[in-house]
Design a binder for this molecule. Sequence first.
Ligand code: AMP
Ligand code: MG
Length: 368
Amino acid sequence: MPNNVIPLHPHQQGQHHPHNGAKQPATLATVCETVERAVHLLLDGQLVAIPTETVYGLAADALNEQAIADVFELKGRPTHHPLIVHVGEGRGWQSWFQSVPPAFQALATAFWPGALTLVAPKASWVPDSITGGKPTVALRMPSHPLALAVLNQLGGGVVAPSANAFGQLSPTSANHVIAGLTPQCTQTGIPLSVLDGGACEKGVESTLVLWREDLQCVQLLRPGSITQAQLDAVLEAPVLWEPLYVAEAQADQAPASGTLASHYAPKKPCFRGSAEAITQFLGTQSATEPIAVLSFQPEPPMDGFKGLWHPMPSEATSYANQLYAVLHQVDADSSVEQILVETVPAEAEAIETWLAVQDRVIRASKVL
Ligand code: AMP
Ligand code: MG
């Protein structure tokens, strides 16, 4: 359990929260002890951060308009960026879609519960507030036992975007959620409970795929721990993948907020480059420069390096599992002013989870 546990706010005993009301408690982010309590709070229209196998999600009852509005407000997320609906087992997930493309039935059978999000035309009853006005809805059945327990008990669906302020690093622990969202709770007056399920197993957001009715194929919008090769094998056809890095000025045209050029980013300046580029850059800096380096090399390339050298795993799933945790750590470290990340070697990029890792590194950083 996180150390910074704060007493329950009166709102969390069933009263309405005072949006920007006169009297604010010291903090509105608290730990929720049980699945039953989380379900109770969600049914009461409140926000609960839940652990999933990818990252922590900011859950709200998908059919409660006020709760959905609170999610957008707390995250500072533009309302045209749609939310992923999370569903439990055996509750007719098919009803969220206008009709289920056969390819999606196959993918759901193969990968759910799991880290795959399916996007297809929505059923007419699905609120526009969830989909950001889009005619499509994104659906996922998470595999984390606590998330599934909450969803199975709840019955309906929850929206659950990553439990962080918009554009920032996704949280992979309950402490990340509390540290990241407490200021947002204080600012907005919206209370938040956090169900602590430990560190997330995958550590990067779900693989996100779109059904392209026009092309009769599946398009990969965001790579994740379920790989292109795994999708291709189930579909018996290649998925469409064109990396998209949408500039902030064109943000309203992004097919998914995960396609924004800058997203999932630390607060500190963050740059990426090859091992050679990093060595060359470090050679131009004074040895006392407060730099943190995430590298595949076990040690700094030069003597006297006084920054923080963070060797990263050479295996893709372990790297993905650690990436956000390490970025959170160096972002919060007051001795660090700049972050450098070694890029994934080009030959590894197309394989396994490296595609997802490289994608997140690109959105978190600028070229050195
Ligand atoms: P997060 O908010 O971190 O869970 O990320 C959710 C991702 O799913 C974002 O990149 C959204 O833009 C994307 N998404 C959700 N719904 C849709 C949709 N209907 N069409 C396309 N992308 C979607
Ligand atoms: Mg997010």
